[in-house]
Write a protein that binds this ligand. Structure first.
Ligand code: TNX
Length: 494
Protein backbone atom coordinates (compact mmCIF):
# COMPACT_ATOMS: atom_id res chain seq x y z
CA UNK A 1 0.00 0.00 0.00
CA UNK A 2 0.98 3.64 -0.37
CA UNK A 3 1.31 4.17 3.33
CA UNK A 4 3.54 1.14 3.73
CA UNK A 5 5.76 2.42 0.93
CA UNK A 6 5.87 5.84 2.51
CA UNK A 7 6.84 4.29 5.83
CA UNK A 8 9.61 2.36 4.12
CA UNK A 9 10.91 5.53 2.56
CA UNK A 10 11.01 7.21 5.93
CA UNK A 11 13.04 4.37 7.41
CA UNK A 12 15.42 4.12 4.45
CA UNK A 13 15.73 7.88 4.27
CA UNK A 14 16.59 8.13 7.92
CA UNK A 15 19.14 5.38 7.68
CA UNK A 16 20.82 6.99 4.67
CA UNK A 17 20.65 10.67 5.52
CA UNK A 18 24.09 11.94 6.43
CA UNK A 19 24.38 12.35 10.16
CA UNK A 20 21.30 10.30 10.92
CA UNK A 21 22.77 6.82 10.91
CA UNK A 22 23.79 6.77 14.54
CA UNK A 23 20.29 7.77 15.59
CA UNK A 24 18.16 5.77 13.22
CA UNK A 25 17.50 2.92 15.62
CA UNK A 26 14.05 4.09 16.67
CA UNK A 27 13.25 6.22 13.66
CA UNK A 28 12.51 9.03 16.09
CA UNK A 29 14.11 12.45 16.13
CA UNK A 30 17.82 12.23 16.83
CA UNK A 31 18.83 12.65 20.45
CA UNK A 32 19.68 16.31 20.98
CA UNK A 33 23.42 15.80 21.33
CA UNK A 34 26.14 18.12 20.04
CA UNK A 35 28.73 16.99 19.22
CA UNK A 36 27.13 13.84 17.80
CA UNK A 37 28.51 10.77 19.58
CA UNK A 38 30.41 8.12 17.69
CA UNK A 39 27.77 5.46 18.37
CA UNK A 40 24.30 5.69 19.86
CA UNK A 41 21.89 2.85 20.38
CA UNK A 42 18.48 3.87 21.60
CA UNK A 43 16.65 1.00 23.27
CA UNK A 44 13.00 0.58 24.19
CA UNK A 45 11.96 1.98 27.53
CA UNK A 46 12.80 4.96 29.62
CA UNK A 47 14.22 5.88 32.98
CA UNK A 48 12.31 8.30 35.16
CA UNK A 49 14.16 10.40 37.71
CA UNK A 50 11.78 11.88 40.22
CA UNK A 51 13.87 14.59 41.83
CA UNK A 52 16.30 12.25 43.61
CA UNK A 53 19.58 10.66 42.62
CA UNK A 54 22.46 8.84 44.26
CA UNK A 55 25.99 9.56 43.10
CA UNK A 56 28.07 6.39 43.21
CA UNK A 57 31.53 7.54 42.12
CA UNK A 58 34.93 5.89 42.20
CA UNK A 59 36.81 7.47 45.10
CA UNK A 60 39.47 8.78 42.73
CA UNK A 61 36.97 10.48 40.42
CA UNK A 62 36.69 13.56 42.61
CA UNK A 63 36.49 16.16 39.84
CA UNK A 64 33.86 14.22 37.91
CA UNK A 65 31.82 13.58 41.06
CA UNK A 66 31.90 17.31 41.86
CA UNK A 67 30.82 18.14 38.30
CA UNK A 68 27.96 15.65 38.47
CA UNK A 69 26.82 16.98 41.84
CA UNK A 70 26.73 20.56 40.61
CA UNK A 71 24.84 19.45 37.48
CA UNK A 72 22.21 17.70 39.60
CA UNK A 73 22.06 20.63 41.98
CA UNK A 74 21.41 23.08 39.13
CA UNK A 75 18.53 20.86 38.02
CA UNK A 76 17.01 20.70 41.48
CA UNK A 77 17.75 16.97 41.81
CA UNK A 78 18.44 16.11 45.44
CA UNK A 79 21.08 13.60 46.50
CA UNK A 80 19.31 10.79 48.29
CA UNK A 81 20.11 7.12 48.95
CA UNK A 82 16.72 6.10 47.54
CA UNK A 83 17.21 8.04 44.30
CA UNK A 84 18.28 6.85 40.85
CA UNK A 85 21.84 5.57 40.95
CA UNK A 86 24.38 7.39 38.77
CA UNK A 87 27.67 5.49 38.70
CA UNK A 88 30.97 7.04 37.65
CA UNK A 89 33.62 4.42 36.97
CA UNK A 90 37.25 4.74 35.99
CA UNK A 91 38.06 1.66 33.93
CA UNK A 92 41.22 0.43 32.31
CA UNK A 93 40.07 -0.01 28.72
CA UNK A 94 42.44 1.33 26.13
CA UNK A 95 39.68 1.43 23.48
CA UNK A 96 38.16 4.40 25.30
CA UNK A 97 41.25 6.57 24.71
CA UNK A 98 42.15 9.64 26.73
CA UNK A 99 38.77 11.33 26.46
CA UNK A 100 36.32 8.59 25.52
CA UNK A 101 33.45 7.40 27.68
CA UNK A 102 30.50 5.04 27.73
CA UNK A 103 27.08 6.10 28.95
CA UNK A 104 24.38 3.56 29.71
CA UNK A 105 20.88 4.54 30.68
CA UNK A 106 18.77 1.60 31.81
CA UNK A 107 17.43 0.94 35.29
CA UNK A 108 20.15 3.28 36.44
CA UNK A 109 22.83 5.45 34.81
CA UNK A 110 26.40 4.34 34.33
CA UNK A 111 29.25 6.39 32.95
CA UNK A 112 32.65 4.81 32.49
CA UNK A 113 35.88 6.21 31.15
CA UNK A 114 39.63 5.79 31.46
CA UNK A 115 40.17 9.32 32.72
CA UNK A 116 38.34 11.96 34.68
CA UNK A 117 38.16 14.04 31.52
CA UNK A 118 36.36 11.16 29.83
CA UNK A 119 33.91 11.03 32.74
CA UNK A 120 33.36 14.79 32.44
CA UNK A 121 32.46 14.35 28.77
CA UNK A 122 30.03 11.57 29.67
CA UNK A 123 28.43 13.85 32.25
CA UNK A 124 28.02 16.56 29.58
CA UNK A 125 26.27 14.06 27.32
CA UNK A 126 23.93 13.16 30.17
CA UNK A 127 23.47 16.89 30.79
CA UNK A 128 22.33 17.45 27.20
CA UNK A 129 19.83 14.60 27.52
CA UNK A 130 18.35 16.23 30.62
CA UNK A 131 16.10 19.27 30.42
CA UNK A 132 17.77 22.67 30.33
CA UNK A 133 16.07 23.74 33.53
CA UNK A 134 14.83 22.19 36.76
CA UNK A 135 11.83 19.90 36.28
CA UNK A 136 9.93 17.84 38.83
CA UNK A 137 10.28 14.63 36.86
CA UNK A 138 12.70 13.77 34.12
CA UNK A 139 12.45 10.91 31.60
CA UNK A 140 15.52 9.63 29.79
CA UNK A 141 15.41 7.11 26.95
CA UNK A 142 17.17 3.83 27.55
CA UNK A 143 20.33 4.28 25.55
CA UNK A 144 23.86 3.01 25.11
CA UNK A 145 26.40 5.57 23.93
CA UNK A 146 29.95 4.73 23.04
CA UNK A 147 31.91 7.84 22.34
CA UNK A 148 35.37 9.31 21.82
CA UNK A 149 36.70 12.34 19.95
CA UNK A 150 38.18 12.27 16.47
CA UNK A 151 40.76 14.91 17.41
CA UNK A 152 42.50 15.66 20.69
CA UNK A 153 42.54 19.46 20.12
CA UNK A 154 39.16 21.20 20.03
CA UNK A 155 39.79 24.80 20.76
CA UNK A 156 38.74 28.38 20.95
CA UNK A 157 41.21 31.22 20.64
CA UNK A 158 40.17 34.43 22.36
CA UNK A 159 41.96 37.69 21.62
CA UNK A 160 41.90 39.44 24.99
CA UNK A 161 44.62 41.84 23.84
CA UNK A 162 42.80 44.08 21.37
CA UNK A 163 39.84 44.29 23.73
CA UNK A 164 39.98 42.86 27.22
CA UNK A 165 37.54 40.17 28.37
CA UNK A 166 36.86 40.05 32.12
CA UNK A 167 37.58 36.95 34.21
CA UNK A 168 33.85 36.43 34.79
CA UNK A 169 33.26 36.25 31.05
CA UNK A 170 36.09 33.75 30.61
CA UNK A 171 34.55 31.57 33.33
CA UNK A 172 31.18 31.62 31.60
CA UNK A 173 32.82 30.79 28.29
CA UNK A 174 34.65 27.86 29.88
CA UNK A 175 31.32 26.54 31.24
CA UNK A 176 29.74 26.75 27.82
CA UNK A 177 32.72 25.25 26.02
CA UNK A 178 32.70 22.25 28.32
CA UNK A 179 29.02 21.67 27.56
CA UNK A 180 30.13 20.99 23.97
CA UNK A 181 33.27 19.04 24.89
CA UNK A 182 35.71 21.69 23.69
CA UNK A 183 38.98 21.22 25.52
CA UNK A 184 41.44 24.03 24.71
CA UNK A 185 41.10 27.72 25.50
CA UNK A 186 43.90 29.61 23.78
CA UNK A 187 44.36 33.09 25.25
CA UNK A 188 45.99 35.61 22.92
CA UNK A 189 47.36 37.64 25.85
CA UNK A 190 49.53 40.19 24.10
CA UNK A 191 49.33 42.29 20.97
CA UNK A 192 49.97 45.82 19.73
CA UNK A 193 46.94 47.27 21.48
CA UNK A 194 47.43 45.70 24.90
CA UNK A 195 49.48 43.47 27.22
CA UNK A 196 47.11 41.57 29.51
CA UNK A 197 49.24 39.31 31.72
CA UNK A 198 51.03 40.50 34.84
CA UNK A 199 54.77 39.84 34.62
CA UNK A 200 56.32 40.68 37.99
CA UNK A 201 59.82 41.14 36.60
CA UNK A 202 58.44 43.77 34.14
CA UNK A 203 55.65 45.61 35.97
CA UNK A 204 55.24 48.31 33.31
CA UNK A 205 53.96 45.72 30.83
CA UNK A 206 50.57 45.92 32.53
CA UNK A 207 50.91 49.41 34.04
CA UNK A 208 51.38 50.87 30.58
CA UNK A 209 50.61 48.00 28.19
CA UNK A 210 47.53 46.95 30.13
CA UNK A 211 46.06 50.44 30.07
CA UNK A 212 45.58 50.60 26.31
CA UNK A 213 43.12 48.89 23.99
CA UNK A 214 41.89 49.07 20.46
CA UNK A 215 39.74 52.13 19.83
CA UNK A 216 36.32 51.53 21.42
CA UNK A 217 37.59 48.41 23.19
CA UNK A 218 38.28 47.59 26.84
CA UNK A 219 41.63 47.91 28.54
CA UNK A 220 42.65 45.85 31.55
CA UNK A 221 44.87 42.96 32.57
CA UNK A 222 44.89 39.76 34.60
CA UNK A 223 46.92 39.27 37.76
CA UNK A 224 48.88 36.06 38.01
CA UNK A 225 46.52 34.95 40.77
CA UNK A 226 43.50 35.49 38.54
CA UNK A 227 45.11 33.45 35.78
CA UNK A 228 45.96 30.65 38.22
CA UNK A 229 42.35 30.65 39.31
CA UNK A 230 41.23 30.41 35.67
CA UNK A 231 43.61 27.53 35.00
CA UNK A 232 42.07 25.58 37.90
CA UNK A 233 38.54 26.55 36.93
CA UNK A 234 39.13 25.30 33.40
CA UNK A 235 40.88 22.15 34.55
CA UNK A 236 37.90 21.20 36.70
CA UNK A 237 35.85 21.33 33.48
CA UNK A 238 38.22 19.35 31.29
CA UNK A 239 39.75 22.38 29.57
CA UNK A 240 43.42 23.30 29.23
CA UNK A 241 44.27 26.99 28.96
CA UNK A 242 47.00 27.60 26.40
CA UNK A 243 48.73 30.98 26.76
CA UNK A 244 50.08 32.92 23.78
CA UNK A 245 52.82 35.51 24.09
CA UNK A 246 52.96 36.84 20.55
CA UNK A 247 56.56 37.61 19.53
CA UNK A 248 58.52 39.01 17.76
CA UNK A 249 55.76 41.08 16.07
CA UNK A 250 52.47 42.41 17.41
CA UNK A 251 54.39 43.93 20.34
CA UNK A 252 53.66 47.66 20.35
CA UNK A 253 52.22 47.45 23.89
CA UNK A 254 55.51 45.92 25.09
CA UNK A 255 57.59 48.52 23.24
CA UNK A 256 55.51 51.33 24.71
CA UNK A 257 56.11 49.85 28.19
CA UNK A 258 59.85 49.19 27.78
CA UNK A 259 61.28 51.38 25.03
CA UNK A 260 64.62 49.55 25.10
CA UNK A 261 62.95 46.55 23.44
CA UNK A 262 62.67 48.65 20.27
CA UNK A 263 65.55 49.53 17.95
CA UNK A 264 67.18 52.91 18.66
CA UNK A 265 65.87 54.44 15.51
CA UNK A 266 62.30 53.44 16.31
CA UNK A 267 60.40 56.71 16.50
CA UNK A 268 56.90 55.73 17.55
CA UNK A 269 56.81 54.19 21.01
CA UNK A 270 53.37 55.37 22.05
CA UNK A 271 50.55 53.02 23.02
CA UNK A 272 48.58 51.97 19.96
CA UNK A 273 44.83 51.77 19.50
CA UNK A 274 44.46 51.43 15.74
CA UNK A 275 43.59 48.44 13.56
CA UNK A 276 46.80 47.96 11.59
CA UNK A 277 48.77 44.73 11.91
CA UNK A 278 52.39 43.89 11.15
CA UNK A 279 54.15 47.16 12.00
CA UNK A 280 55.86 46.52 15.34
CA UNK A 281 58.74 44.20 16.14
CA UNK A 282 61.11 43.49 19.02
CA UNK A 283 64.56 44.77 18.07
CA UNK A 284 66.08 41.57 16.74
CA UNK A 285 69.40 43.39 16.32
CA UNK A 286 69.65 43.61 20.12
CA UNK A 287 69.74 39.93 21.11
CA UNK A 288 71.28 40.82 24.49
CA UNK A 289 68.10 42.73 25.33
CA UNK A 290 65.41 40.79 23.53
CA UNK A 291 66.22 37.17 24.46
CA UNK A 292 66.57 37.73 28.21
CA UNK A 293 63.25 39.58 28.07
CA UNK A 294 61.51 36.72 26.28
CA UNK A 295 63.14 34.17 28.58
CA UNK A 296 62.07 35.94 31.76
CA UNK A 297 58.55 36.51 30.49
CA UNK A 298 58.27 32.84 29.51
CA UNK A 299 59.52 31.70 32.92
CA UNK A 300 56.67 33.54 34.62
CA UNK A 301 54.12 32.43 32.01
CA UNK A 302 55.10 28.77 32.39
CA UNK A 303 54.88 29.03 36.16
CA UNK A 304 51.22 30.02 35.79
CA UNK A 305 50.11 27.70 32.98
CA UNK A 306 50.82 23.96 33.27
CA UNK A 307 49.73 23.43 29.64
CA UNK A 308 52.09 21.19 27.70
CA UNK A 309 51.80 23.50 24.69
CA UNK A 310 52.80 27.17 24.77
CA UNK A 311 52.00 29.52 21.89
CA UNK A 312 54.82 31.83 20.84
CA UNK A 313 52.93 33.71 18.12
CA UNK A 314 55.22 34.51 15.24
CA UNK A 315 52.60 35.91 12.87
CA UNK A 316 52.77 38.64 10.27
CA UNK A 317 56.40 39.64 10.48
CA UNK A 318 58.88 40.19 7.69
CA UNK A 319 62.39 40.57 9.10
CA UNK A 320 65.72 39.05 8.06
CA UNK A 321 66.23 37.61 11.55
CA UNK A 322 62.65 36.33 11.90
CA UNK A 323 63.38 32.65 11.26
CA UNK A 324 66.34 32.69 13.66
CA UNK A 325 64.20 34.24 16.33
CA UNK A 326 61.40 31.69 16.03
CA UNK A 327 63.90 28.80 16.09
CA UNK A 328 65.57 30.23 19.18
CA UNK A 329 62.37 30.89 21.12
CA UNK A 330 60.96 27.49 20.15
CA UNK A 331 64.15 25.86 21.47
CA UNK A 332 63.89 28.01 24.61
CA UNK A 333 60.36 26.75 25.29
CA UNK A 334 61.44 23.15 24.64
CA UNK A 335 64.35 23.67 27.00
CA UNK A 336 61.80 24.57 29.64
CA UNK A 337 60.05 21.25 29.08
CA UNK A 338 57.15 22.41 26.95
CA UNK A 339 56.09 22.19 23.31
CA UNK A 340 55.93 25.41 21.27
CA UNK A 341 53.12 26.40 18.93
CA UNK A 342 53.61 29.06 16.26
CA UNK A 343 51.32 30.54 13.68
CA UNK A 344 51.87 29.03 10.21
CA UNK A 345 54.56 31.57 9.25
CA UNK A 346 56.81 29.93 11.85
CA UNK A 347 57.16 26.98 9.46
CA UNK A 348 60.07 28.82 7.78
CA UNK A 349 62.14 28.45 10.94
CA UNK A 350 64.46 25.53 11.54
CA UNK A 351 62.71 23.92 14.49
CA UNK A 352 62.07 20.54 15.98
CA UNK A 353 59.22 18.92 14.00
CA UNK A 354 57.34 18.57 17.29
CA UNK A 355 56.49 22.28 17.15
CA UNK A 356 52.81 22.71 16.37
CA UNK A 357 51.79 25.08 13.61
CA UNK A 358 48.49 26.88 13.59
CA UNK A 359 47.16 27.28 10.07
CA UNK A 360 45.19 30.47 9.43
CA UNK A 361 45.45 31.63 5.81
CA UNK A 362 43.41 29.65 3.30
CA UNK A 363 45.84 28.49 0.69
CA UNK A 364 49.01 28.78 2.77
CA UNK A 365 51.45 26.14 1.54
CA UNK A 366 51.77 24.01 4.63
CA UNK A 367 52.73 20.83 2.74
CA UNK A 368 56.48 21.12 3.44
CA UNK A 369 55.84 21.47 7.17
CA UNK A 370 53.46 18.50 7.08
CA UNK A 371 56.14 16.48 5.29
CA UNK A 372 58.50 17.33 8.16
CA UNK A 373 55.87 16.02 10.54
CA UNK A 374 54.70 19.23 12.25
CA UNK A 375 51.33 18.72 13.92
CA UNK A 376 48.70 21.21 12.75
CA UNK A 377 45.99 23.14 14.53
CA UNK A 378 43.46 24.01 11.84
CA UNK A 379 42.09 27.55 11.90
CA UNK A 380 41.73 28.48 8.20
CA UNK A 381 40.19 31.93 8.31
CA UNK A 382 37.40 31.35 5.80
CA UNK A 383 35.91 28.77 8.19
CA UNK A 384 37.19 29.53 11.66
CA UNK A 385 37.68 33.30 11.95
CA UNK A 386 34.53 34.09 13.80
CA UNK A 387 35.35 37.78 14.00
CA UNK A 388 33.84 37.44 10.52
CA UNK A 389 30.08 37.82 10.25
CA UNK A 390 27.44 35.26 11.09
CA UNK A 391 26.06 36.58 7.81
CA UNK A 392 27.37 38.79 5.02
CA UNK A 393 27.60 42.41 6.05
CA UNK A 394 26.97 41.90 9.77
CA UNK A 395 27.94 45.17 11.50
CA UNK A 396 31.19 45.19 13.50
CA UNK A 397 32.67 42.21 11.70
CA UNK A 398 35.65 41.75 9.43
CA UNK A 399 35.34 40.27 5.95
CA UNK A 400 38.93 40.41 4.71
CA UNK A 401 39.16 36.62 4.50
CA UNK A 402 35.68 35.94 3.11
CA UNK A 403 33.28 38.56 1.78
CA UNK A 404 30.23 36.46 2.72
CA UNK A 405 31.41 36.16 6.31
CA UNK A 406 31.48 32.76 8.03
CA UNK A 407 27.87 31.65 8.46
CA UNK A 408 27.12 28.56 10.56
CA UNK A 409 26.69 26.32 7.51
CA UNK A 410 29.99 27.49 6.09
CA UNK A 411 31.90 26.73 9.27
CA UNK A 412 30.19 23.35 9.53
CA UNK A 413 31.21 22.44 5.96
CA UNK A 414 34.92 22.33 6.83
CA UNK A 415 36.58 18.96 6.31
CA UNK A 416 39.65 18.35 8.46
CA UNK A 417 40.36 14.94 6.88
CA UNK A 418 42.87 16.04 4.21
CA UNK A 419 45.28 17.44 6.81
CA UNK A 420 47.34 14.39 7.68
CA UNK A 421 49.09 15.77 10.73
CA UNK A 422 46.15 17.71 12.15
CA UNK A 423 45.66 17.43 15.90
CA UNK A 424 42.41 19.30 15.67
CA UNK A 425 40.61 22.56 15.01
CA UNK A 426 40.38 25.94 16.67
CA UNK A 427 37.95 28.79 16.12
CA UNK A 428 39.44 32.26 16.60
CA UNK A 429 37.71 35.34 17.92
CA UNK A 430 39.79 38.44 17.22
CA UNK A 431 38.48 41.48 19.01
CA UNK A 432 39.40 44.56 16.98
CA UNK A 433 35.65 44.98 16.44
CA UNK A 434 34.26 43.00 19.40
CA UNK A 435 34.21 45.16 22.50
CA UNK A 436 31.56 43.73 24.83
CA UNK A 437 30.60 40.38 26.34
CA UNK A 438 27.35 40.54 24.36
CA UNK A 439 29.17 40.97 21.06
CA UNK A 440 31.53 38.12 21.93
CA UNK A 441 28.59 35.82 22.72
CA UNK A 442 26.99 36.73 19.40
CA UNK A 443 30.13 35.83 17.45
CA UNK A 444 30.81 32.62 19.40
CA UNK A 445 27.40 30.98 19.50
CA UNK A 446 26.10 28.87 17.89
CA UNK A 447 29.17 28.68 15.63
CA UNK A 448 31.40 27.29 18.38
CA UNK A 449 29.08 24.30 18.71
CA UNK A 450 29.64 23.55 15.01
CA UNK A 451 33.40 23.75 15.53
CA UNK A 452 33.06 21.38 18.49
CA UNK A 453 31.29 18.83 16.31
CA UNK A 454 33.95 19.04 13.58
CA UNK A 455 36.63 18.31 16.13
CA UNK A 456 34.79 15.57 17.97
CA UNK A 457 32.47 13.66 15.66
CA UNK A 458 33.61 11.34 12.88
CA UNK A 459 32.41 12.23 9.35
CA UNK A 460 30.05 9.24 9.38
CA UNK A 461 27.82 10.83 12.03
CA UNK A 462 28.14 14.43 10.84
CA UNK A 463 25.81 16.20 8.45
CA UNK A 464 24.35 19.69 8.48
CA UNK A 465 20.71 18.59 8.50
CA UNK A 466 21.21 16.45 11.56
CA UNK A 467 23.29 19.13 13.22
CA UNK A 468 20.56 21.70 12.63
CA UNK A 469 17.98 19.42 14.23
CA UNK A 470 20.12 18.55 17.23
CA UNK A 471 21.52 22.05 17.79
CA UNK A 472 18.13 23.60 17.25
CA UNK A 473 16.84 21.51 20.13
CA UNK A 474 19.67 22.68 22.40
CA UNK A 475 18.57 26.30 22.23
CA UNK A 476 16.98 25.97 25.68
CA UNK A 477 20.37 24.96 27.04
CA UNK A 478 22.03 28.07 25.68
CA UNK A 479 19.16 30.10 27.10
CA UNK A 480 19.59 28.50 30.52
CA UNK A 481 23.29 29.32 30.36
CA UNK A 482 22.44 32.92 29.56
CA UNK A 483 24.19 32.91 26.20
CA UNK A 484 23.56 35.93 23.96
CA UNK A 485 23.78 33.84 20.80
CA UNK A 486 23.25 35.01 17.24
CA UNK A 487 19.59 34.33 16.30
CA UNK A 488 20.62 31.91 13.57
CA UNK A 489 17.93 31.51 10.92
CA UNK A 490 19.18 28.06 9.85
CA UNK A 491 18.29 26.87 13.38
CA UNK A 492 14.94 28.62 13.39
CA UNK A 493 16.19 30.95 16.10
CA UNK A 494 15.35 34.19 14.27
C1 TNX B 1 44.89 38.26 11.31
S1 TNX B 1 45.49 35.57 12.56
C2 TNX B 1 45.66 38.25 12.45
C3 TNX B 1 45.17 38.96 13.64
C4 TNX B 1 43.97 39.78 13.35
C5 TNX B 1 42.99 39.01 12.49
C6 TNX B 1 41.71 39.74 12.21
C7 TNX B 1 46.74 36.17 12.80
C8 TNX B 1 47.75 35.22 13.15
N1 TNX B 1 46.81 37.50 12.63
O1 TNX B 1 46.21 39.74 14.18
O2 TNX B 1 43.36 40.11 14.57
O3 TNX B 1 43.60 38.68 11.28
O4 TNX B 1 40.79 38.93 11.52
Amino acid sequence: SDSLLAALFVVVGLACAPGASAFAATGAAPLPLVPAPRAVEVQPGELRIAGKARVDADPSATRAAAALRSTLDALGVVEDATGTRIALRLVDESALGEEGYRLLVGDDIRISARTEVGLLHGIQTLRQLLPAQAASEVALPHVAIDDAPSYPWRGLSLDVARSFLPVAYLEKTIDRMSRFKLNRLHLHLTDDQGWRIEIRRYPKLVEIGGASAVEGGRSGWYTQDELRHLVAYAQARGIVIVPEIDVPGHVQAALASYNELACDDEDNLAPYSGLEVGFSVLCLDKPGVVYPFVQQVMEEVLAIFPSKEIHIGGDEIKHPLYADFVARVAAMVEGMGRTPIAWEEGSVADTNPGMLLQLWNDGYDIAPAVAEGHPLILSPCSYFYIDHGNYAGQPQTYDWCRKEGVPLARLYSFDPAPFETAVGIEAALWTELVHTDEAADNRLWPRLAAAAELGWSPAAVRGYEGFVQRMGALRTHLDALGVGYHPEPDLGWD
